[in-house]
Design a protein around this ligand. Structure first.
Ligand code: HEM
Length: 400
C-alpha cells in the first residue's frame, strides 16, 4: 500500500490530514508489533520503521509522515496524536443547548465511520466518548473565553448567564462519563481490551516522543487555565505536551497561561482575593455572597468542574488502575510495552487524584460552608443544591 501513495505535494492540506489519520494507525501498529516481537525493540522503537518506505521515491516512512504532517498546515506532530485519532477521525459532533448549536467539532471524514486499530466497536465507542467530551468542553470554553477580555464584567447578568450555561454543560460532561461507566462492558469497552489491546498501540515511535493521550485534550487544558489549577509546575507540565498539540491549540493555551484566571479576575472585580477570603469569617463570607450573588454561580461552576474531574478519575480507576492493581496482587504483573500502571504520558493514579483534589480546592472553595450551611429554602443554598441534579437541556449529537 505504501508504495502506491502519492508525493505529499500532490495532496491538498485536507487530504494530507486524512492521510495523517490513516497512516497514524499504520505507524502505531508497526511500532507496537515490532516492539512486541523483536528483542531490543522497546529500547529502539525507531528501528520499527527501518525498512518501511513510501512511494516510488522510497521515502522513509517517518520522513514521509513528518512531511505530510507539515503539509496539513496545522502544526501537527510527526506521529499520530490526540487530534488525528480523536478529532479528525470521528465524525462531526454538535452540541445543542436549549435546541441551539453551541459548539461544533468537525471531523475529516464523511463516511459515518470511526477508524480504529482493530476495527472493534469498543474502540469506536471510546473514541466517540472522548470526542463527545471534547465537544462539550469546547462549548464550555466558548461561553467562558469572552469573559477573559479586558474590562469584561464577571458579575453582570451576561456573565452570570454564561457561567450558569457552562455549569449545565459541565454537568453533561460528567453525565457522559458516569453513564459510560455504568454500562455493561459489552456495551462500552471491556477493561482488558482497553489495557491489553487499545493502550498497547500508544507505543513510542522514537524513544522520547509523546504518545496520544486524553491528557492532550486541548479543551480540558484550556479549562484548567481559565478556571485555575493550584498545582505547582502545572504550566510547565502542560508545556511539555506542546509538541503533540496543534499550532492554534498552543497559541490559545499560551495566551490563557499568561493571564489571570477567571476566579482571580472575579475576586479582583469585587475587591478581594483568595488571601482575604482565607482571613474572612463565616459572617464576612455570608455578607460577601449576599452582596455579590454572582459568586454563587461561579461557585457552582467550579464545583461542577471538580465533579466532572471526579467522574473522569472514576473512569480511569475502573478501566485501568483497579484492574492493574488486581493483576499485581494476583502476580500477573504488567504489560511490557505500554505499562498499565500509569497513563501514556506518565500520569499515575496518585497524580490524577491530586489534580481532582486541586479542582475541588478551587478558588471559591472557602465559600462552601456558608453556601451549604444555609437552610434548604433560603437563597444561596437553594441555588447550589437545585443546580446539582437539574435535568440537562443539552444534546450531544454525531452528525450524519
Ligand atoms: C473510559 C474512559 C476514559 C479512561 C479510562 C481514561 C483514562 C485516562 C488516563 C489513564 C489518563 C492519564 C493519561 C496520561 O498519563 O497521559 C487520562 C488523562 C486524561 N483524560 Fe482520560 N480517560 C477516559 C475518558 C476521557 C474523556 C471522555 C476525556 C475528555 C472529555 C478525557 C480527558 C482526559 C484528560 C483531560 C486527562 C488529563 C488529566 C486531567 O486533566 O484530569 N478522558 N485519562
Amino acid at each position: 500500500m505504501l508504495s502506491h501513495l502519492p508525493e505529499v505535494t500532490q495532496l491538498s492540506p485536507r487530504q494530507a490530514q486524512r492521510l495523517v489519520v490513516l497512516l497514524g494507525f499504520v505507524g502505531a501498529s508497526v511500532a507496537r508489533h515490532y516492539q512486541e516481537h523483536v528483542t531490543g525493540g522497546i529500547e529502539h522503537p525507531e528501528h520499527a520503521f527501518d525498512r518501511l518506505t513510501v512511494g516510488a521515491a522510497e521515502i522513509p516512512f517517518r520522513a514521509y509522515f513528518a512531511a505530510l504532517a507539515k503539509h496539513t498546515g496545522t502544526g501537527h506532530y510527526d506521529r499520530d496524536s490526540y487530534a488525528s485519532l480523536v478529532r479528525w477521525n470521528v465524525g462531526t459532533i454538535r452540541v445543542r443547548l436549549h435546541g441551539e448549536v453551541v459548539a461544533e467539532l468537525p471531523g475529516l471524514f464523511d463516511d459515518g465511520r470511526i477508524r480504529s486499530y482493530t476495527g472493534t466497536v469498543g474502540e469506536e465507542r471510546f473514541f466517540l466518548l472522548v470526542k463527545q467530551g471534547e465537544a462539550v468542553e469546547l462549548a464550555v470554553n466558548e461561553l467562558l473565553c469572552p469573559l477573559t477580555r479586558e474590562r469584561a464584567s464577571l458579575i453582570g447578568e451576561d456573565a452570570r448567564h454564561r457561567v450558569r450555561e457552562a455549569t449545565v454543560l459541565l454537568a453533561t460532561l460528567r453525565k457522559l462519563m458516569v453513564d459510560f461507566a455504568a454500562l455493561p462492558p459489552e456495551e462500552t469497552m471491556p477493561p482488558e481490551m482497553f489495557m491489553d489491546v487499545f493502550r498497547q498501540f500508544a507505543a513510542h515511535w522514537t524513544p522520547d516522543d509523546i504518545p496520544p493521550s486524553g491528557a492532550l485534550d486541548p479543551e480540558a487544558l484550556k479549562r484548567d487555565f481559565l478556571l485555575g489549577l493550584a498545582i505547582d509546575g502545572y504550566d510547565q507540565q502542560a508545556r511539555r505536551l506542546f509538541p503533540a498539540l496543534l499550532d492554534h491549540e498552543r497559541a490559545e493555551l499560551d495566551e490563557l497561561m499568561s493571564g489571570p484566571t477567571l476566579p482571580q479576575r472575579l475576586l479582583a472585580e469585587i475587591g478581594t482575593d483568595e488571601h482575604e477570603l482565607r482571613l474572612s469569617d463565616d459572617g464576612d463570607l455570608r455578607r460577601l455572597v449576599a452582596h455579590h450573588p454572582a459568586l454563587i454561580d461561579w461557585y457552582r461552576l467550579l464545583a461542577m468542574h471538580a465533579r466532572a474531574s471526579g467522574a473522569h478519575l472514576m473512569l480511569s480507576k475502573k478501566f485501568l488502575f483497579k484492574p492493574q492493581r488486581r493483576r499485581d496482587e494476583e502476580g500477573i504483573g504488567d504489560r511490557l510495552l505500554v505499562s498499565n500502571r500509569a497513563g501514556t504520558t506518565g500520569m499515575t493514579e496518585t497524580f490524577l487524584e491530586r489534580v481532582t483534589r486541586a479542582r475541588q480546592n478551587h478558588a471559591l472553595a472557602l465559600l462552601r460552608p456558608v453556601l451549604i450551611a444555609e437552610s434548604p429554602d433560603s437563597g444561596p443554598a437553594t441555588a447550589v443544591r437545585s443546580g446539582r441534579d437539574a435535568g440537562t437541556p443539552v444534546l450531544v449529537e454525531l452528525a450524519g
